[in-house]
Design a protein around this ligand. Structure first.
Ligand SMILES: NC(=O)c1ccc[n+]([C@@H]2O[C@H](COP(=O)([O-])OP(=O)(O)OC[C@H]3O[C@@H](n4cnc5c(N)ncnc54)[C@H](OP(=O)(O)O)[C@@H]3O)[C@@H](O)[C@H]2O)c1
Length: 174
C-alpha cells in the first residue's frame, strides 16, 4: 500500500483502498512521516546556512533565498494541511472500529514548554512539530466524546545508521 503524504490525491486513494480491504474499520492510524529538510538552519540564517559563505551573498543577491522559504512552507504544509487531510480521509474507517486510535509520531523538539531551552536547534522542524502537536491535541478534544483515543509520541533519538558514526552507540534509550 502506497501513501505519499505530500499528495492529497495519494492520501485519498490510499484511504479508498483501505476501505475496500477493511469493511469493519481501522483500529489505529499511525502517522509517522516527518520532514526535517534543513536541520542546521536557524531562523536568522534559515534557508542559506548549508551553503558556503562565499555563495551566500550571490544567492541572496539573486533572490534564491525564496527557494528555501518554499521548503519551509512545504514542511509546514505537510504537517498541518496534509495530516488534516490524512485524518479526515481515514476517520470514517476509524469511527467504524470499536475503539479507534490516532497515533502520531512527533518530537520533543516540538515542545512549547522546552523550546526556549533549545535555541537554534532544528528551528524549522521544531515549528512544524509544534504545529503537529497542536493539530493532534485539537483533534483529540473533538474526538474524545466518540471514544476515539489520540496520542502524540516522542520516540526519543533514534539510532539510525546514517545519523551516527559506526562507533557511536546509544547508552540510554528512552
Ligand atoms: N530520528 C530521530 O531521532 C527522531 C527523533 C524524534 C522524532 N522522530 C520522528 O520519527 C518519525 C520517523 O523518523 P525517522 O527518523 O525514522 O525518519 P526516516 O528514517 O527519514 O523515516 C521517515 C519515514 O517517513 C516516511 N515518509 C517520508 N516522507 C513521506 C511522505 N511524503 N509520505 C509518506 N511517508 C513518508 C518514510 O517512508 P519511505 O521510507 O517510504 O520514504 C519513512 O518511513 C518522524 O516523524 C520524525 O520526525 C525522529
Amino acid at each position: 500500500m502506497q501513501l505519499d503524504l505530500e499528495s492529497i490525491e495519494s492520501i485519498e486513494q490510499a484511504a479508498a483502498a483501505v476501505t475496500k480491504l477493511l469493511p469493519e474499520g481501522l483500529h489505529a492510524l499511525i502517522g509517522n512521516a516527518g520532514a526535517n529538510d534543513q536541520p542546521k538552519a536557524t531562523f536568522e540564517n534559515l534557508f542559506v546556512s548549508s551553503v558556503h559563505s562565499s555563495l551566500k551573498k550571490t544567492l541572496l543577491a539573486n533572490d534564491h533565498i525564496h527557494r528555501d522559504l518554499k521548503l519551509f512552507s512545504e514542511e509546514l504544509n505537510l504537517e498541518i494541511i496534509n495530516n488534516t487531510v490524512l485524518i479526515r480521509a481515514f476517520l470514517p474507517l476509524i469511527r467504524k472500529s470499536k475503539a479507534g486510535k490516532l497515533i502520531f509520531i512527533s518530537s520533543i523538539l516540538g515542545s512549547v514548554e522546552l523550546a526556549a531551552g533549545m535555541p537554534t536547534l532544528n528551528d524549522a522542524y521544531a515549528v512544524s512539530r509544534a504545529a503537529l502537536n497542536m493539530l493532534i491535541r485539537k483533534w483529540g478534544g473533538a474526538l474524545k466524546g466518540e471514544g476515539i483515543a489520540t496520542a502524540i509520541i516522542h520516540p526519543g533519538k533514534l539510532n539510525l545508521s546514517y545519523l551516527l558514526p559506526p562507533t557511536l552507540e546509544f547508552s540510554n534509550a528512552s
